[in-house]
Design a protein around this ligand. Sequence first.
Ligand code: GRF
Length: 202
Amino acid sequence: MPGRWRVPKRVAIFVSGGGSNMRALVEDMVGDHAARPAVVVSNNADAGGIAWAKGQGIATEVVDHRPFGKDRPAFEAALNTALAPHTPDILCLAGFMRVLTAGFVTPWAGRMLNIHPSLLPKYKGLHTHARALEAGDTEHGCTVHLVTPALDDGPILGQARIAVHAFDTPDTLAARVLVQEHRLYPAVLRRFASGETRPLML
Ligand code: GRF
């Protein structure tokens, strides 16, 4: 098998909360996967994802955004300092709730992924489930895309869809979409790490 003996790519995963997508990614990075988790980074020391990653023996870094106030470049410089010793090849945003500026994103062009809970290009930003309901959509879902400086933009690497039912609320949609996120993100990262960037449609 070509490439079988390559050194695995090193993945940094950014989380702000529970980190269920991060867990799904980490749990998939075993066996013949072309990547391995290198570090989990959070802006929130209390993020459940940080505790879980520590328990798995994965390196963690916390960079609290609050002391930096509105100075995003200074926060991002601190993120880069925290990342540097872990020498990541790929950066996965997984529920990381801080907007990153072009100064941070541009050097990662083509190597930074994000998961977003809508069928992009619909519903960039927040409250995606409520917006899909308000629009009367019959179908909803999630998207993994390459990160570019524009929010929730960038080439689509994969999407998973669910049907919207008459009884749905933003919470029921969020719960069903999250199940799909946990299928989609690992599947896309697995392909991406081995060089495949054609969109995966689940
Ligand atoms: C997910 O819905 C993700 O799409 C969004 O934030 C949520 C994070 O959940 N960006 P988790 O921290 O991965 O559990």
